[in-house]
Design a protein around this ligand. Structure first.
Ligand code: FAD
Length: 488
Protein backbone atom coordinates (compact mmCIF):
# COMPACT_ATOMS: atom_id res chain seq x y z
CA UNK A 1 0.00 0.00 0.00
CA UNK A 2 1.27 3.48 -0.82
CA UNK A 3 2.07 5.70 2.15
CA UNK A 4 -0.55 8.31 1.16
CA UNK A 5 -3.24 5.67 0.84
CA UNK A 6 -2.18 4.15 4.15
CA UNK A 7 -2.37 7.46 5.98
CA UNK A 8 -5.83 8.18 4.58
CA UNK A 9 -7.15 4.74 5.39
CA UNK A 10 -5.71 4.85 8.87
CA UNK A 11 -6.92 8.36 9.59
CA UNK A 12 -3.28 9.20 10.12
CA UNK A 13 -3.38 12.18 7.77
CA UNK A 14 -4.40 14.20 10.81
CA UNK A 15 -1.69 12.50 12.79
CA UNK A 16 0.87 13.73 10.30
CA UNK A 17 -0.07 17.30 11.22
CA UNK A 18 0.93 16.73 14.80
CA UNK A 19 4.16 15.05 13.86
CA UNK A 20 5.19 18.12 11.90
CA UNK A 21 4.51 16.66 8.47
CA UNK A 22 1.92 19.22 7.47
CA UNK A 23 0.12 22.34 8.58
CA UNK A 24 -3.46 23.24 9.32
CA UNK A 25 -5.82 24.37 12.04
CA UNK A 26 -5.29 21.18 14.05
CA UNK A 27 -1.65 22.12 14.73
CA UNK A 28 -3.01 24.71 17.17
CA UNK A 29 -4.34 21.99 19.47
CA UNK A 30 -1.25 19.79 19.37
CA UNK A 31 0.46 21.05 22.56
CA UNK A 32 -2.57 20.19 24.69
CA UNK A 33 -2.74 16.61 23.44
CA UNK A 34 -1.42 14.33 26.18
CA UNK A 35 -0.11 11.94 23.55
CA UNK A 36 1.89 14.41 21.49
CA UNK A 37 5.50 13.33 21.21
CA UNK A 38 4.61 9.65 21.19
CA UNK A 39 5.46 7.48 18.18
CA UNK A 40 1.88 7.24 16.95
CA UNK A 41 2.94 6.73 13.39
CA UNK A 42 4.76 3.55 14.35
CA UNK A 43 1.52 2.21 15.80
CA UNK A 44 -0.56 3.33 12.81
CA UNK A 45 1.83 1.47 10.52
CA UNK A 46 1.17 -1.78 12.39
CA UNK A 47 -2.60 -1.57 12.35
CA UNK A 48 -5.08 -2.89 9.85
CA UNK A 49 -7.77 -0.61 11.28
CA UNK A 50 -7.52 3.20 11.57
CA UNK A 51 -5.77 5.01 14.39
CA UNK A 52 -7.50 8.29 15.24
CA UNK A 53 -6.09 11.20 17.18
CA UNK A 54 -7.94 14.29 18.49
CA UNK A 55 -9.12 16.45 15.62
CA UNK A 56 -9.62 13.54 13.24
CA UNK A 57 -13.09 13.34 11.72
CA UNK A 58 -15.36 11.29 13.97
CA UNK A 59 -12.81 11.20 16.83
CA UNK A 60 -15.19 12.82 19.31
CA UNK A 61 -18.12 10.66 18.26
CA UNK A 62 -16.15 7.43 18.45
CA UNK A 63 -14.56 8.03 21.85
CA UNK A 64 -17.73 9.47 23.46
CA UNK A 65 -18.97 7.40 26.40
CA UNK A 66 -22.65 6.55 26.81
CA UNK A 67 -22.66 8.37 30.14
CA UNK A 68 -22.23 12.04 29.28
CA UNK A 69 -20.95 12.78 32.80
CA UNK A 70 -17.58 11.65 31.41
CA UNK A 71 -17.79 13.26 27.98
CA UNK A 72 -14.84 15.57 28.70
CA UNK A 73 -12.46 12.66 29.29
CA UNK A 74 -10.76 12.00 25.97
CA UNK A 75 -8.08 9.46 25.12
CA UNK A 76 -4.85 10.57 23.45
CA UNK A 77 -5.65 8.15 20.64
CA UNK A 78 -8.11 5.47 19.66
CA UNK A 79 -7.20 2.38 17.66
CA UNK A 80 -10.17 1.00 15.75
CA UNK A 81 -9.08 -2.64 15.86
CA UNK A 82 -10.13 -4.96 13.08
CA UNK A 83 -8.20 -8.06 14.06
CA UNK A 84 -6.51 -9.94 16.88
CA UNK A 85 -3.19 -8.72 15.46
CA UNK A 86 -4.37 -5.11 15.85
CA UNK A 87 -5.14 -5.73 19.52
CA UNK A 88 -1.73 -7.35 20.02
CA UNK A 89 -0.01 -4.40 18.31
CA UNK A 90 -1.83 -1.91 20.55
CA UNK A 91 -0.94 -3.78 23.72
CA UNK A 92 2.73 -4.04 22.76
CA UNK A 93 2.99 -0.39 21.62
CA UNK A 94 1.23 1.04 24.69
CA UNK A 95 3.37 -0.92 27.13
CA UNK A 96 6.65 -0.19 25.41
CA UNK A 97 5.81 3.53 25.40
CA UNK A 98 4.41 3.66 28.94
CA UNK A 99 0.96 4.67 27.70
CA UNK A 100 -2.09 3.70 29.80
CA UNK A 101 -4.66 1.70 27.88
CA UNK A 102 -8.24 0.54 28.07
CA UNK A 103 -10.52 -1.83 26.17
CA UNK A 104 -13.62 -0.28 24.60
CA UNK A 105 -16.53 -2.20 23.15
CA UNK A 106 -20.02 -0.63 23.35
CA UNK A 107 -18.90 2.31 25.54
CA UNK A 108 -21.85 1.84 27.94
CA UNK A 109 -19.92 1.58 31.21
CA UNK A 110 -22.06 3.48 33.75
CA UNK A 111 -18.91 4.97 35.27
CA UNK A 112 -17.05 5.74 32.05
CA UNK A 113 -14.51 2.98 32.72
CA UNK A 114 -13.77 2.41 29.04
CA UNK A 115 -12.05 5.81 28.94
CA UNK A 116 -8.35 6.54 29.48
CA UNK A 117 -6.04 9.49 28.99
CA UNK A 118 -3.88 7.07 26.94
CA UNK A 119 -4.76 4.59 24.20
CA UNK A 120 -8.33 3.40 23.76
CA UNK A 121 -8.26 -0.07 22.20
CA UNK A 122 -11.61 -0.06 20.48
CA UNK A 123 -12.71 -3.51 19.36
CA UNK A 124 -16.14 -2.36 18.20
CA UNK A 125 -15.25 -2.86 14.50
CA UNK A 126 -14.84 -6.57 15.34
CA UNK A 127 -18.59 -7.05 15.46
CA UNK A 128 -19.15 -9.92 13.05
CA UNK A 129 -21.31 -12.85 14.09
CA UNK A 130 -20.73 -16.21 12.42
CA UNK A 131 -23.44 -18.38 10.93
CA UNK A 132 -25.20 -20.49 13.52
CA UNK A 133 -24.81 -24.16 12.63
CA UNK A 134 -26.86 -27.19 13.69
CA UNK A 135 -24.96 -27.27 17.00
CA UNK A 136 -26.51 -23.87 17.84
CA UNK A 137 -23.13 -22.25 18.51
CA UNK A 138 -22.76 -18.56 17.64
CA UNK A 139 -19.29 -17.00 17.44
CA UNK A 140 -19.68 -13.33 18.26
CA UNK A 141 -16.94 -10.75 17.60
CA UNK A 142 -15.45 -9.14 20.72
CA UNK A 143 -16.90 -5.75 19.76
CA UNK A 144 -20.43 -6.78 18.77
CA UNK A 145 -23.40 -4.99 20.27
CA UNK A 146 -26.84 -6.27 21.22
CA UNK A 147 -28.05 -4.83 17.89
CA UNK A 148 -25.68 -7.16 15.98
CA UNK A 149 -27.00 -10.11 17.99
CA UNK A 150 -30.59 -9.12 17.21
CA UNK A 151 -29.78 -8.94 13.49
CA UNK A 152 -27.78 -12.18 13.27
CA UNK A 153 -29.95 -14.48 15.38
CA UNK A 154 -33.33 -13.51 13.91
CA UNK A 155 -33.16 -15.69 10.78
CA UNK A 156 -32.02 -18.90 12.50
CA UNK A 157 -34.69 -18.27 15.20
CA UNK A 158 -32.33 -18.68 18.11
CA UNK A 159 -31.25 -16.40 20.94
CA UNK A 160 -29.02 -15.95 23.95
CA UNK A 161 -29.67 -13.93 27.08
CA UNK A 162 -29.16 -10.43 25.75
CA UNK A 163 -29.89 -6.97 27.09
CA UNK A 164 -32.66 -4.61 26.04
CA UNK A 165 -30.46 -1.75 24.87
CA UNK A 166 -29.28 -2.26 21.36
CA UNK A 167 -26.09 -0.24 21.62
CA UNK A 168 -24.74 -2.01 24.70
CA UNK A 169 -21.66 -4.09 23.90
CA UNK A 170 -21.90 -7.87 24.23
CA UNK A 171 -18.34 -7.72 25.61
CA UNK A 172 -19.15 -5.62 28.66
CA UNK A 173 -22.49 -7.40 29.11
CA UNK A 174 -21.21 -11.00 29.18
CA UNK A 175 -18.01 -10.26 31.08
CA UNK A 176 -19.99 -8.81 34.00
CA UNK A 177 -22.67 -11.55 34.02
CA UNK A 178 -25.43 -10.22 31.77
CA UNK A 179 -29.05 -9.96 32.86
CA UNK A 180 -32.03 -9.98 30.51
CA UNK A 181 -35.58 -11.23 30.28
CA UNK A 182 -34.39 -14.70 29.20
CA UNK A 183 -32.22 -15.26 32.25
CA UNK A 184 -34.78 -16.98 34.48
CA UNK A 185 -35.30 -19.66 31.83
CA UNK A 186 -31.85 -19.84 30.25
CA UNK A 187 -29.38 -18.30 32.71
CA UNK A 188 -27.26 -15.17 32.51
CA UNK A 189 -25.51 -14.13 29.30
CA UNK A 190 -22.28 -15.56 30.76
CA UNK A 191 -23.99 -18.91 31.42
CA UNK A 192 -24.43 -19.37 27.66
CA UNK A 193 -20.74 -18.64 27.02
CA UNK A 194 -18.87 -21.79 26.03
CA UNK A 195 -15.62 -20.22 24.88
CA UNK A 196 -13.87 -16.89 24.57
CA UNK A 197 -10.68 -15.80 22.86
CA UNK A 198 -8.63 -13.12 24.56
CA UNK A 199 -5.33 -11.33 24.18
CA UNK A 200 -3.32 -11.01 27.37
CA UNK A 201 -1.10 -8.09 28.36
CA UNK A 202 1.96 -10.00 27.13
CA UNK A 203 0.35 -10.53 23.74
CA UNK A 204 -0.63 -14.17 24.00
CA UNK A 205 -3.88 -15.22 22.34
CA UNK A 206 -5.68 -17.57 24.71
CA UNK A 207 -8.68 -19.76 24.13
CA UNK A 208 -10.63 -20.05 27.37
CA UNK A 209 -13.25 -22.73 27.89
CA UNK A 210 -14.09 -25.47 30.39
CA UNK A 211 -10.95 -27.41 29.41
CA UNK A 212 -8.40 -24.76 28.38
CA UNK A 213 -7.42 -21.89 30.69
CA UNK A 214 -10.38 -22.87 32.81
CA UNK A 215 -9.46 -20.55 35.71
CA UNK A 216 -9.57 -17.61 33.37
CA UNK A 217 -12.79 -18.88 31.83
CA UNK A 218 -14.23 -19.00 35.34
CA UNK A 219 -13.09 -15.42 36.03
CA UNK A 220 -14.40 -14.03 32.75
CA UNK A 221 -17.93 -15.17 33.51
CA UNK A 222 -18.83 -12.33 35.87
CA UNK A 223 -15.63 -10.36 36.44
CA UNK A 224 -13.94 -10.03 33.07
CA UNK A 225 -14.63 -6.47 31.90
CA UNK A 226 -11.31 -4.64 31.63
CA UNK A 227 -9.58 -6.88 34.18
CA UNK A 228 -7.66 -9.74 32.56
CA UNK A 229 -7.18 -9.09 28.85
CA UNK A 230 -8.96 -7.99 25.71
CA UNK A 231 -11.57 -10.39 24.40
CA UNK A 232 -11.72 -10.74 20.67
CA UNK A 233 -14.53 -13.29 20.40
CA UNK A 234 -17.22 -15.00 22.42
CA UNK A 235 -18.84 -18.31 21.48
CA UNK A 236 -22.33 -18.82 22.82
CA UNK A 237 -24.62 -21.82 22.99
CA UNK A 238 -27.85 -20.38 21.64
CA UNK A 239 -31.34 -21.74 22.25
CA UNK A 240 -34.29 -21.95 19.84
CA UNK A 241 -37.04 -19.35 20.20
CA UNK A 242 -40.74 -19.27 19.32
CA UNK A 243 -43.44 -16.77 20.16
CA UNK A 244 -43.89 -14.89 23.40
CA UNK A 245 -46.45 -12.81 25.22
CA UNK A 246 -45.02 -9.38 25.90
CA UNK A 247 -46.51 -6.79 28.20
CA UNK A 248 -46.15 -3.25 29.40
CA UNK A 249 -48.56 -2.30 32.17
CA UNK A 250 -48.75 1.04 33.97
CA UNK A 251 -50.48 2.07 37.18
CA UNK A 252 -50.94 5.66 38.33
CA UNK A 253 -53.01 5.04 41.46
CA UNK A 254 -52.61 2.94 44.61
CA UNK A 255 -48.90 2.74 43.81
CA UNK A 256 -47.73 1.47 47.19
CA UNK A 257 -50.38 -1.28 47.18
CA UNK A 258 -49.60 -2.28 43.59
CA UNK A 259 -45.89 -2.51 44.42
CA UNK A 260 -46.67 -4.63 47.47
CA UNK A 261 -48.80 -6.98 45.42
CA UNK A 262 -46.21 -7.28 42.62
CA UNK A 263 -43.58 -8.03 45.26
CA UNK A 264 -45.65 -10.98 46.50
CA UNK A 265 -46.91 -12.28 43.18
CA UNK A 266 -43.54 -12.21 41.41
CA UNK A 267 -41.93 -14.24 44.18
CA UNK A 268 -43.69 -17.35 42.90
CA UNK A 269 -44.14 -16.86 39.15
CA UNK A 270 -42.69 -19.58 36.87
CA UNK A 271 -39.27 -19.09 35.30
CA UNK A 272 -40.97 -18.61 31.92
CA UNK A 273 -41.74 -15.08 33.11
CA UNK A 274 -39.02 -12.41 32.83
CA UNK A 275 -39.75 -8.87 33.97
CA UNK A 276 -38.75 -5.53 35.37
CA UNK A 277 -40.79 -3.45 37.83
CA UNK A 278 -40.18 0.31 37.98
CA UNK A 279 -41.46 3.22 39.97
CA UNK A 280 -40.86 6.15 37.67
CA UNK A 281 -40.89 9.85 38.60
CA UNK A 282 -41.23 12.48 35.87
CA UNK A 283 -40.36 16.19 35.93
CA UNK A 284 -44.09 17.07 35.97
CA UNK A 285 -44.29 15.49 39.43
CA UNK A 286 -46.14 12.35 38.32
CA UNK A 287 -45.25 8.93 39.60
CA UNK A 288 -46.20 5.58 38.08
CA UNK A 289 -45.53 1.89 38.48
CA UNK A 290 -44.54 0.03 35.33
CA UNK A 291 -44.27 -3.68 34.66
CA UNK A 292 -42.42 -4.64 31.50
CA UNK A 293 -41.47 -8.09 30.33
CA UNK A 294 -42.10 -11.32 28.48
CA UNK A 295 -43.81 -14.60 29.23
CA UNK A 296 -43.23 -17.83 27.38
CA UNK A 297 -46.95 -18.49 27.65
CA UNK A 298 -50.30 -17.01 26.66
CA UNK A 299 -52.03 -13.74 27.58
CA UNK A 300 -54.55 -15.82 29.54
CA UNK A 301 -51.74 -17.29 31.61
CA UNK A 302 -50.36 -13.79 32.18
CA UNK A 303 -53.79 -12.59 33.34
CA UNK A 304 -54.06 -15.43 35.75
CA UNK A 305 -50.56 -14.83 37.18
CA UNK A 306 -51.28 -11.13 37.65
CA UNK A 307 -54.89 -11.49 38.87
CA UNK A 308 -53.99 -10.59 42.50
CA UNK A 309 -52.34 -7.38 41.28
CA UNK A 310 -55.32 -6.51 39.07
CA UNK A 311 -57.51 -7.01 42.13
CA UNK A 312 -55.56 -4.26 43.90
CA UNK A 313 -55.83 -1.86 40.95
CA UNK A 314 -56.56 -2.23 37.26
CA UNK A 315 -53.68 -0.91 35.15
CA UNK A 316 -54.23 2.59 33.74
CA UNK A 317 -52.55 1.51 30.57
CA UNK A 318 -51.99 -1.99 29.31
CA UNK A 319 -50.30 -3.35 26.24
CA UNK A 320 -50.24 -7.13 25.94
CA UNK A 321 -49.35 -8.80 22.65
CA UNK A 322 -48.29 -12.15 21.27
CA UNK A 323 -45.35 -11.83 18.92
CA UNK A 324 -42.66 -13.95 17.33
CA UNK A 325 -39.54 -13.81 19.53
CA UNK A 326 -37.47 -11.26 17.61
CA UNK A 327 -40.50 -9.05 16.87
CA UNK A 328 -41.19 -9.18 20.60
CA UNK A 329 -37.67 -7.92 21.30
CA UNK A 330 -38.32 -4.90 19.08
CA UNK A 331 -41.17 -4.05 21.45
CA UNK A 332 -39.06 -4.57 24.56
CA UNK A 333 -35.81 -3.00 23.38
CA UNK A 334 -34.56 0.56 23.30
CA UNK A 335 -31.58 2.18 21.59
CA UNK A 336 -29.79 3.24 24.78
CA UNK A 337 -28.93 6.74 23.64
CA UNK A 338 -26.27 8.68 25.59
CA UNK A 339 -27.37 10.74 28.58
CA UNK A 340 -26.34 12.04 32.00
CA UNK A 341 -26.98 9.35 34.54
CA UNK A 342 -26.04 7.81 37.86
CA UNK A 343 -27.39 4.38 38.75
CA UNK A 344 -26.73 2.54 42.02
CA UNK A 345 -27.76 -1.05 42.70
CA UNK A 346 -28.34 -3.58 45.46
CA UNK A 347 -29.22 -7.23 45.14
CA UNK A 348 -32.26 -8.40 47.08
CA UNK A 349 -32.42 -11.83 48.72
CA UNK A 350 -35.95 -13.05 49.37
CA UNK A 351 -38.86 -10.64 49.18
CA UNK A 352 -38.65 -6.92 49.80
CA UNK A 353 -39.94 -6.09 53.28
CA UNK A 354 -42.85 -3.73 53.86
CA UNK A 355 -40.36 -1.24 55.33
CA UNK A 356 -38.24 -1.46 52.17
CA UNK A 357 -41.27 -0.72 49.98
CA UNK A 358 -42.35 2.16 52.24
CA UNK A 359 -38.82 3.57 52.00
CA UNK A 360 -38.85 3.32 48.20
CA UNK A 361 -42.15 5.16 47.89
CA UNK A 362 -41.12 7.76 50.45
CA UNK A 363 -37.87 8.57 48.60
CA UNK A 364 -39.54 8.62 45.19
CA UNK A 365 -42.17 11.06 46.51
CA UNK A 366 -39.31 13.26 47.77
CA UNK A 367 -37.37 13.23 44.48
CA UNK A 368 -36.00 16.78 44.19
CA UNK A 369 -36.46 16.70 40.40
CA UNK A 370 -34.35 17.19 37.28
CA UNK A 371 -35.38 17.92 33.71
CA UNK A 372 -35.35 14.18 32.87
CA UNK A 373 -36.43 11.51 35.38
CA UNK A 374 -35.61 9.21 38.25
CA UNK A 375 -36.68 5.67 38.91
CA UNK A 376 -36.34 2.87 41.34
CA UNK A 377 -36.63 -0.56 39.77
CA UNK A 378 -35.93 -4.22 40.09
CA UNK A 379 -35.27 -7.00 37.62
CA UNK A 380 -36.68 -10.34 38.73
CA UNK A 381 -33.87 -12.88 39.06
CA UNK A 382 -33.92 -16.50 40.27
CA UNK A 383 -34.88 -19.47 38.10
CA UNK A 384 -31.97 -20.74 35.99
CA UNK A 385 -29.63 -18.06 37.38
CA UNK A 386 -29.93 -19.68 40.81
CA UNK A 387 -29.47 -23.25 39.49
CA UNK A 388 -25.72 -22.60 39.31
CA UNK A 389 -23.55 -22.49 42.43
CA UNK A 390 -22.24 -19.06 43.53
CA UNK A 391 -18.63 -20.19 43.13
CA UNK A 392 -19.09 -22.04 39.82
CA UNK A 393 -18.44 -18.81 37.89
CA UNK A 394 -17.13 -15.43 39.04
CA UNK A 395 -20.71 -14.10 39.10
CA UNK A 396 -21.43 -14.57 42.79
CA UNK A 397 -24.97 -13.22 43.22
CA UNK A 398 -26.72 -16.45 42.20
CA UNK A 399 -29.21 -16.66 45.04
CA UNK A 400 -30.52 -13.09 44.72
CA UNK A 401 -34.22 -12.84 43.94
CA UNK A 402 -33.91 -9.37 42.38
CA UNK A 403 -31.40 -6.75 41.44
CA UNK A 404 -32.82 -3.40 42.50
CA UNK A 405 -31.44 0.01 41.59
CA UNK A 406 -32.08 3.73 41.74
CA UNK A 407 -31.39 5.61 38.53
CA UNK A 408 -31.09 9.36 38.34
CA UNK A 409 -31.03 11.10 34.97
CA UNK A 410 -30.53 14.72 34.12
CA UNK A 411 -29.57 16.92 31.18
CA UNK A 412 -27.23 19.79 30.34
CA UNK A 413 -30.13 22.12 31.19
CA UNK A 414 -29.96 21.25 34.89
CA UNK A 415 -27.90 23.57 37.07
CA UNK A 416 -24.96 22.32 39.18
CA UNK A 417 -27.07 23.05 42.27
CA UNK A 418 -29.94 20.90 40.98
CA UNK A 419 -27.55 18.08 40.17
CA UNK A 420 -25.88 18.30 43.59
CA UNK A 421 -29.25 18.20 45.37
CA UNK A 422 -30.30 15.19 43.32
CA UNK A 423 -27.02 13.38 43.92
CA UNK A 424 -27.42 13.93 47.66
CA UNK A 425 -30.92 12.43 47.43
CA UNK A 426 -29.56 9.45 45.49
CA UNK A 427 -26.84 8.82 48.08
CA UNK A 428 -29.33 9.00 50.94
CA UNK A 429 -31.76 6.68 49.11
CA UNK A 430 -29.09 4.14 48.15
CA UNK A 431 -27.68 4.14 51.69
CA UNK A 432 -31.10 3.69 53.24
CA UNK A 433 -31.78 0.71 50.95
CA UNK A 434 -28.52 -1.05 51.83
CA UNK A 435 -29.72 -2.25 55.24
CA UNK A 436 -33.13 -3.15 53.73
CA UNK A 437 -31.68 -5.22 50.84
CA UNK A 438 -28.01 -6.24 50.90
CA UNK A 439 -24.52 -4.78 50.67
CA UNK A 440 -23.95 -6.44 47.29
CA UNK A 441 -24.16 -4.64 43.96
CA UNK A 442 -24.24 -5.63 40.30
CA UNK A 443 -20.81 -5.21 38.70
CA UNK A 444 -22.39 -4.34 35.35
CA UNK A 445 -24.20 -1.41 36.98
CA UNK A 446 -20.73 -0.29 37.97
CA UNK A 447 -20.81 2.64 40.36
CA UNK A 448 -17.83 4.91 40.94
CA UNK A 449 -19.25 5.88 44.37
CA UNK A 450 -19.82 2.37 45.73
CA UNK A 451 -17.85 1.92 48.98
CA UNK A 452 -16.15 -1.48 49.36
CA UNK A 453 -16.92 -2.12 45.69
CA UNK A 454 -14.74 -5.24 45.27
CA UNK A 455 -16.65 -7.14 47.96
CA UNK A 456 -19.98 -5.69 46.75
CA UNK A 457 -19.37 -6.96 43.19
CA UNK A 458 -17.51 -10.22 43.81
CA UNK A 459 -18.31 -11.33 47.39
CA UNK A 460 -16.58 -14.56 48.38
CA UNK A 461 -15.17 -15.04 44.87
CA UNK A 462 -12.85 -12.05 45.30
CA UNK A 463 -9.79 -13.95 46.61
CA UNK A 464 -9.83 -16.38 43.68
CA UNK A 465 -10.23 -13.48 41.25
CA UNK A 466 -7.22 -11.72 42.74
CA UNK A 467 -5.18 -14.90 42.35
CA UNK A 468 -6.21 -15.25 38.66
CA UNK A 469 -5.38 -11.57 38.12
CA UNK A 470 -1.92 -11.98 39.68
CA UNK A 471 -1.15 -14.87 37.35
CA UNK A 472 -2.48 -13.43 34.10
CA UNK A 473 -1.70 -9.72 34.51
CA UNK A 474 1.01 -9.47 37.20
CA UNK A 475 2.00 -5.95 36.10
CA UNK A 476 -1.59 -4.73 36.42
CA UNK A 477 -1.66 -3.43 32.84
CA UNK A 478 -5.44 -3.65 32.84
CA UNK A 479 -6.44 -1.36 35.63
CA UNK A 480 -9.01 1.34 36.31
CA UNK A 481 -10.55 2.87 39.42
CA UNK A 482 -12.46 -0.31 40.35
CA UNK A 483 -10.42 -3.05 38.65
CA UNK A 484 -9.44 -6.28 40.37
CA UNK A 485 -6.04 -5.75 42.02
CA UNK A 486 -3.07 -8.15 41.84
CA UNK A 487 -3.15 -8.42 45.63
CA UNK A 488 -5.61 -7.48 48.36
C1 FAD B 1 -28.56 1.94 28.42
C2 FAD B 1 -27.97 0.75 29.14
C3 FAD B 1 -28.67 -0.44 29.20
C4 FAD B 1 -28.15 -1.56 29.85
N1 FAD B 1 -28.86 -2.72 29.90
C5 FAD B 1 -28.33 -3.81 30.53
C6 FAD B 1 -29.02 -5.05 30.57
O1 FAD B 1 -30.12 -5.19 30.04
N2 FAD B 1 -28.42 -6.09 31.20
C7 FAD B 1 -27.19 -5.99 31.81
O2 FAD B 1 -26.69 -6.95 32.37
N3 FAD B 1 -26.53 -4.81 31.78
C8 FAD B 1 -27.06 -3.74 31.15
N4 FAD B 1 -26.37 -2.56 31.13
C9 FAD B 1 -25.05 -2.50 31.77
C10 FAD B 1 -24.01 -3.01 30.80
O3 FAD B 1 -24.02 -4.42 30.77
C11 FAD B 1 -22.62 -2.54 31.24
O4 FAD B 1 -22.59 -1.14 31.29
C12 FAD B 1 -21.54 -3.06 30.30
O5 FAD B 1 -20.29 -3.00 30.97
C13 FAD B 1 -21.48 -2.28 29.01
O6 FAD B 1 -20.63 -2.90 28.11
P1 FAD B 1 -20.06 -2.08 26.87
O7 FAD B 1 -19.19 -3.01 26.12
O8 FAD B 1 -21.17 -1.40 26.17
O9 FAD B 1 -19.24 -0.94 27.59
P2 FAD B 1 -17.73 -0.46 27.60
O10 FAD B 1 -17.82 0.86 28.28
O11 FAD B 1 -17.12 -0.50 26.26
O12 FAD B 1 -16.99 -1.52 28.51
C14 FAD B 1 -17.38 -1.78 29.85
C15 FAD B 1 -16.20 -2.41 30.59
O13 FAD B 1 -15.84 -3.63 29.95
C16 FAD B 1 -14.52 -3.57 29.40
N5 FAD B 1 -14.58 -4.19 28.08
C17 FAD B 1 -15.41 -3.90 27.06
N6 FAD B 1 -15.17 -4.70 26.02
C18 FAD B 1 -14.17 -5.52 26.39
C19 FAD B 1 -13.46 -6.56 25.72
N7 FAD B 1 -13.76 -6.93 24.46
N8 FAD B 1 -12.47 -7.19 26.40
C20 FAD B 1 -12.16 -6.83 27.67
N9 FAD B 1 -12.80 -5.86 28.34
C21 FAD B 1 -13.79 -5.20 27.69
C22 FAD B 1 -14.18 -2.08 29.34
O14 FAD B 1 -12.79 -1.86 29.43
C23 FAD B 1 -14.94 -1.55 30.55
O15 FAD B 1 -14.22 -1.80 31.76
C24 FAD B 1 -26.88 -1.45 30.47
C25 FAD B 1 -26.17 -0.25 30.42
C26 FAD B 1 -26.70 0.84 29.76
C27 FAD B 1 -25.93 2.12 29.73
Amino acid sequence: MQRREFLQRSGATMLGLWLGMGCGSETAVAPSIPGSGLPWEALARLLQGPLLLPGAPDFSRIVAPWNLRYIDQKPAGVARCQSVADVQACLAWAQSNGVPLVARSGGHSYAGFSLTPGLMIDVSPMNQIGTVGPDGLARVGGGARNANVYAALRAPSVSLTHGRCKQVGVGGLVLGGGIGFNMRLHGLTCDGLVETEMVTADGRVLTCNAQQNSDLFWACRGAGGGNFGIHTSFTFQTFPVTQLTIYQLKWRTRLRQVLGSLNQVLATVPREMGCKVSLVASPDGSLEVQLLGQLLGTPTQLDSLLAPVYAVAAPDSSQVEVRAYWDAQEFLSEEGDPGYSHERSHFVFGQLSETALDTVVDFMLRWPGTSVSADWKFFLMGGAVADIASDATAYVHRQASMVSSVELEWSAQDSPKTIATNQAWLTEFHTAMRSLTSGTSYQNFIDADEPDFLRAYYGDNLERLVSVKAQIDPNNVFHYAQSIPVRL
